[in-house]
Design a protein around this ligand. Structure first.
Ligand SMILES: Nc1ncnc2c1ncn2[C@@H]1O[C@H](COP(=O)(O)OP(=O)(O)OP(=O)(O)O)[C@@H](O)[C@H]1O
Ligand SMILES: [Mg+2]
Length: 297
């Protein structure tokens, strides 16, 4: 099977909204036990503001290397954008952070990726518990075939988290800037919403369990300009409470909403990682400048 076919297969299983919720997205929402939180103290060498640190990450799919020696430090409560041409490894990197690559048989990850100082690839880390702390929103909105209300509380129920669900639903939908549009139809199907509303519902579902990090893989690329700008506003707001790592093909979007930008180029290389303003106004690398100004890619 070619790489592309394999990718499509994995991703489509994340995206179907019509089947019963047994796909990878549900795994992101599922908790068993929390093997990670007991050992999350910030190590002495880690900058207190760094929440995610990649140290020499290499990823292979079979014999094909998809990421090469990736090192970066992602600051907390900020938006970090990942940009670069198709196939350069942006989604692969995102999936390293919450170990979604574990679900791809041929994928092999080497190197260290720490979340608040703890290597998420250590043997004692439960990937399912990790995914509770690191939520994910996919390119294509994928609400479950359930009511709006049940979509939002899904992760809580699966994880056995108790609380005032009505209040959590209202709060999560408000934070996802969807409450006013759906408050009178909470028990209608999430699939009956518009694409932009569905994506905000998926964001509400991801934040209902109170993750620390939100990974977003091109969350607005299937949406119209109005819905896109709503998602952009939302991302900026979310960064007050969460660390957002967002993949986008839209340079203006990266420039508008992110604090830091990572530029990956073909071959799975991280060519430059810096403050967004610096990347867009005065990048160190000629290749980055050429990419940003549209000379290639
Ligand atoms: N499940 C997989 N199995 C095999 N190869 C894969 C798989 N997923 C990705 N790859 C390969 O790894 C490389 C990086 O892919 P990745 O999806 O991370 O790129 P990307 O930067 O997200 O691209 P795009 O912008 O098109 O989404 C590509 O060569 C791709 O074909
Ligand atoms: Mg991708």
């Amino acid at each position: 099977m070619s790489h592309k076919e394999n990718t499509a297969e994995v991703e489509s299983s994340n995206m179907t909204g019509t089947e019963d919720p047994t796909n990878d997205e549900m795994l992101v929402q599922t908790d068993v036990s929390d093997g990670l939180s007991a050992s999350t103290s910030v190590s002495e060498t880690t900058n207190a503001e760094t929440i995610i640190r990649a140290d020499d990450i290499n990823v292979w799919y079979g014999d094909e290397q998809a990421l090469q020696n990736i090192s970066m430090e992602i600051p907390e409560n900020s938006v970090t954008a990942m940009i670069g041409p198709s196939g350069c490894g942006k989604s692969t990197f995102l999936r390293c952070i919450n170990r979604m690559n574990d679900l791809i048989d041929v994928a092999r990850v080497e190197g260290e990726l720490t979340l608040r100082g703890k290597n998420v690839y250590d043997d004692d880390v439960d990937p399912v518990a990790l995914r509770r702390r690191v939520g994910m929103v996919f390119q294509k909105p994928n609400p479950f075939p359930k009511s709006i209300y049940e979509n939002v509380v899904y992760g809580l129920k699966i994880q056995g988290i108790e609380g005032d669900y009505d209040e959590i639903v209202e709060e999560s939908l408000k934070r996802a800037a969807l409450w006013d549009e759906v408050k009178d139809r909470l028990h209608e199907s999430g699939l009956d919403l518009s694409g932009g509303q569905q994506q905000r519902l998926c964001i509400a579902r991801a934040i209902a369990t109170d993750p620390e990090v939100l990974l977003m893989d091109e969350p607005a690329s299937a949406l119209d300009p109005v819905a896109t700008s709503q998602i952009e506003d939302l991302v900026e707001e979310l960064a007050e409470d969460y660390t957002v790592v967002i993949v986008t093909h839209n340079m203006q979007q990266a420039a508008r909403i992110s604090d830091k930008t990572a530029v990956f180029l073909t071959g799975g290389e991280l060519v430059e990682f810096d403050d967004t303003q610096k990347i867009f106004e005065n990048p160190e690398s000629q290749r980055v400048e050429d990419y940003i100004t549209g000379k290639f890619g």
